[in-house]
Design a protein around this ligand. Structure first.
Ligand SMILES: NC(=O)C1=CN([C@@H]2O[C@H](COP(=O)(O)OP(=O)(O)OC[C@H]3O[C@@H](n4cnc5c(N)ncnc54)[C@H](O)[C@@H]3O)[C@@H](O)[C@H]2O)C=CC1
Ligand SMILES: O=C(O)CCC(=O)C(=O)O
Length: 428
């Protein structure tokens, strides 16, 4: 007799384009490759724990505002939760659920002893003063303090959060527990237990996986034309490293607009411009074009490094790149994945491509526990090796099953997660 299916989650929308729907479709695609562990697959379709918190703060003008915050622990089978905190006006519980689930897959894909988690607050940090930002961060940290901790769940930076915000989170958590707990967050400033190399680690990982994929495709990085969406922490670093390797940065898009230059931008000057002005618009040497024209850029490598759902089926039909490196989490809708696969465009999926950040976060966490800090060279060499080994293993798996690198990454990761799940057993 077929058992009744598990009860559906009541708190998800039925939008087929939501990040959570994208994630569920990616899980469905891997189930046929999970062998005996497929019976545990429903575990992957449910967050283990989702916390919604009210974050009230006093604004500089004396008024009180409430913000909605979240921390979702998607899966803890392989270790404590791990994943960033996003500050964005459009953050939702469902988005954070998807981001936390991709963390579960990502940490397993590179073999880190973590589960997956993610957090966020619905706010636009550009509208807050620095003092308001500090108050909202501290209040949020206190509210989620009941589920985070160095052995339980370790936040880190994501969109619109950085080392300063991690420092406030670490300090607030430490005050609440009565002792300095550097291991509660990663991505901290260096003199507060941060790790050398963490700021650039995600972009470096995008470069490393891109370098390996380009080698396999026979695509020479010397002169390769690169287009990047999102010139923040991830996209900015990846662009800089590809240009250092001989690539040409021919197009960039961020929340301020889209600029192109077929002769190639000076990446260092662009990053200084972004730091000074907040975006790529009006950068020297660029021609401003319509945002939608970004997807028609003549390029060899496309790096989406902003938000989810950017590569739609319609855009996938227009992309000219041979290689897409997903710096962002969830930038590609499932049908767009199919379009790119049919068109012979190789996609290195987020769950391996952008895993460099969490890998160096792991190094930071280990260094904090041992209070023994490594050199930047040691970190970068170890990062490179972990990323290359993980990618090679995924590639072998994908080739063996004749599946995409995304489903190959899910196959490697989900098997590890579900073996751990099965070995831990069901009953408390
Ligand atoms: N920071 C990290 O270590 C990691 C970040 N990621 C992912 O990488 C992506 C970027 O994150 P970060 O670089 O850390 O964030 P960031 O806040 O440093 O930069 C975000 C970039 O996206 C751009 N952007 C925002 N809205 C946009 C829009 N509507 N159209 C075009 N561009 C837009 C911004 O202008 C900015 O350039 C996110 O998907 C994040 O989840 C993934 C792994 C680790
Ligand atoms: O460094 C971390 O722990 C997590 C970074 C992150 O949020 C991500 O990989 O999406």
């Amino acid at each position: 007799m077929t058992p009744e299916p598990s009860t559906p989650l009541s708190f998800v929308s039925d939008s087929p384009e939501s990040p959570w729907a994208t994630y569920l479709s990616q899980v469905d695609r891997v189930v046929p490759y999970l062998g005996p562990y497929a019976k545990w697959a429903e575990t992957l379709k449910r967050p283990k724990r989702a916390l919604i918190v009210d974050v009230p703060i006093e604004m500089d003008d004396g008024t009180v505002r409430h913000f909605e915050g979240y921390r979702v622990q998607h899966n803890l089978s392989r270790g404590p939760g791990k994943g960033g905190v996003r500050y964005h006006p459009d953050v939702t519980l469902e988005e954070v659920m998807a981001l936390s689930a991709w963390m579960t897959v990502k940490t397993a894909a590179v073999g880190l002893p973590f589960g997956g988690a993610k957090g966020g607050i619905r706010l636009d940090p550009k509208e807050l003063s620095i003092k308001e930002l500090e108050r909202v961060t501290r209040r949020y940290t206190s509210e989620i303090g009941i589920i985070i901790g160095p052995q339980r769940d370790i936040p880190a930076p994501d969109v619109n959060t950085n080392g300063q915000i991690m420092a406030w989170m670490m300090d607030t958590y430490s005050m609440n527990v009565g002792g300095t707990a550097t291991g509660v967050v990663t991505g901290k400033p260096i003199h507060l237990g941060g790790s050398l190399g963490r700021v650039k680690a995600t972009g470096r990982g995008v470069f490393v996986t891109g370098r390996e994929a380009a080698r396999r495709l026979g695509l020479n990085l010397q002169g390769a034309r690169i287009a990047v969406q999102g010139m923040g922490n991830v996209g900015g670093t990846a662009a800089e490293l590809f240009v250092q390797a001989g690539g040409k940065l021919v197009a960039m898009q961020d929340h301020t607009g889209t600029v192109v230059n077929p002769a190639g931008f000076d990446a260092k000057a662009v990053l200084e411009h972004v730091k000074r002005t907040g975006g790529v618009a009006d950068v020297a040497g660029g021609e401003k074009v319509d945002n939608e024209a970004f997807w028609d850029t003549d390029c060899d490598i496309l790096i989406p490094a902003a938000l989810e759902g950017q590569i739609t089926p319609a855009r996938a039909k227009r992309i000219k790149a041979k290689l897409v490196l997903e710096g962002a989490n969830g930038p590609t809708l499932p049908e767009a994945d199919d379009v790119m696969h049919e068109r012979g465009i190789l996609v290195v999926p987020d769950v391996i491509c952008n895993a460099g950040g969490v890998t160096v976060s792991y190094f930071e966490w280990v260094q904090d526990f041992s209070s023994f800090f490594w050199t930047e060279d040691e970190i970068n060499v170890r990062l490179d090796k972990i990323m290359v080994d993980a990618l090679n293993h995924i590639w072998e798996t994908a080739d063996r099953h004749k599946i995409t690198l995304r489903t190959g990454t899910f196959a490697v990761a989900c098997e590890r997660i579900l073996i751990a799940r099965q070995e831990r057993g069901l009953y408390p």
